[in-house]
Design a protein around this ligand. Structure first.
Ligand code: ADP
Ligand code: MG
Length: 231
C-alpha cells in the first residue's frame, strides 16, 4: 500500500490523469500478475528487449492520445526477434499518420500471453455516483461489446462475491472448461478481482480502470492491457 501511495503522490500534479507506466506499477504493488514488458523509444532497444523475452513478442504503441491501440494498427502480435526493429518503425509511422501531433512515448515490447489455452476476460471499475466504486467482470477481447456479458459488485468485494462474479456471467462455462478445454485459473481471477477492489477501496483518487484483457489460462492470469484514470 505504501508503494502504491508513493506512485500516486508522484503523479498528483500531472495534467494528464490517465496513467501509463504508473498504472502497471500500481497493479504490480498489489500483486497483479502482468506479462514481462518494457517500454522503449528506439528500434535497437526494442530488439534488445525482445531477445531477453522467450519466444515471439507483442509490440504496442504507447501514447496518452491513442486509447484503442489496435483500431489504428498499433498492436503487433507474434513478432519474431528479427522483425522487431522493422515493426517498431511501422507502429510509429502508423501512429504518426493517425495523429501527427500525438504524444508518442514509445513502444511497449511485451511477452505473449497464451491465447490458445487462455480466455480474454475484463476486470474494470467505475465510480458510480450512487453506489460508489463498482467492480465489473466479464468476458473480454472482441466479445465484450457483442455479448454484453458483465457483472458488477461494489468494492471492496469479498472472496465469495468475487467468486460469484466469475460464476454468474453467461459465458462462465467457457472459463470452467467447456468443449474439452482446460479450465481457466478461476482462483487467480478471484484473487485478482479482490486485490483490485482493495486497491480502489484504498485509493479514492483512482476514478476508473479497465484491464482488457486479463488473460486467464489454466496456469494463471495476466493483465495484458491496462487503462487507469486518477482524479
Ligand atoms: P487495445 O485494447 O488498446 O487495442 P491491447 O493491448 O488490448 O490493445 O491489444 C489488443 C488485443 O491484442 C488484445 O485484446 C489481445 O487479443 C491481443 N494482445 C495484446 N497483447 C497481447 C499479449 N501480450 N499476448 C497475447 N495477445 C495479446
Ligand atoms: Mg485492450
Amino acid at each position: 500500500k505504501d508503494a502504491a501511495r508513493a506512485i500516486l503522490e508522484r503523479v498528483e500534479d500531472r495534467s494528464d490523469n490517465r496513467l501509463g507506466v504508473e498504472a502497471m506499477e500500481l497493479l504490480d504493488a498489489y500483486g497483479i500478475p502482468m506479462p514481462d514488458s518494457e517500454i522503449v523509444d528506439a528500434p535497437e532497444d526494442a530488439r534488445a528487449v525482445a531477445e531477453e523475452i522467450d519466444g515471439d513478442v507483442v509490440m504496442k504503441i504507447v501514447s496518452p492520445d491513442i486509447l484503442h491501440k489496435s483500431d489504428i494498427g498499433g498492436v503487433a502480435v507474434g513478432v519474431a526477434d528479427d522483425e522487431v526493429a522493422d515493426t517498431y518503425e511501422t507502429l510509429i509511422t502508423r501512429a504518426r499518420n493517425y495523429q501527427p501531433d500525438a504524444n508518442l512515448l514509445g513502444v511497449q515490447v511485451q511477452e505473449m500471453a497464451d491465447l490458445d489455452s487462455g480466455t480474454e476476460t475484463i476486470v474494470g471499475m467505475n465510480r458510480d455516483p450512487q453506489f460508489g466504486p463498482l467492480m465489473m467482470f466479464g468476458l473480454g477481447g472482441i466479445f465484450v461489446e457483442v455479448l454484453e456479458d458483465t457483472t458488477f459488485r461494489v468494492a471492496p468485494v469479498s472472496e465469495t462475491e468475487a467468486r460469484e462474479m466469475t460464476e454468474e456471467i453467461k459465458t462462465a462455462p467457457l472459463l470452467r472448461g467447456a468443449r474439452g478445454r482446460d479450465p481457466a485459473d478461476l482462483d487467480g481471477i478471484v484473487e485478482t478481482i479482490q486485490r483490485l477492489s482493495q486497491l480502489v477501496a484504498d485509493f479514492p483518487a483512482i476514478m476508473e480502470f479497465d484491464i482488457n484483457p486479463l488473460v486467464a489460462t489454466p496456469d494463471g492470469v495476466a493483465a495484458v492491457d491496462i487503462r487507469l484514470t486518477v482524479d
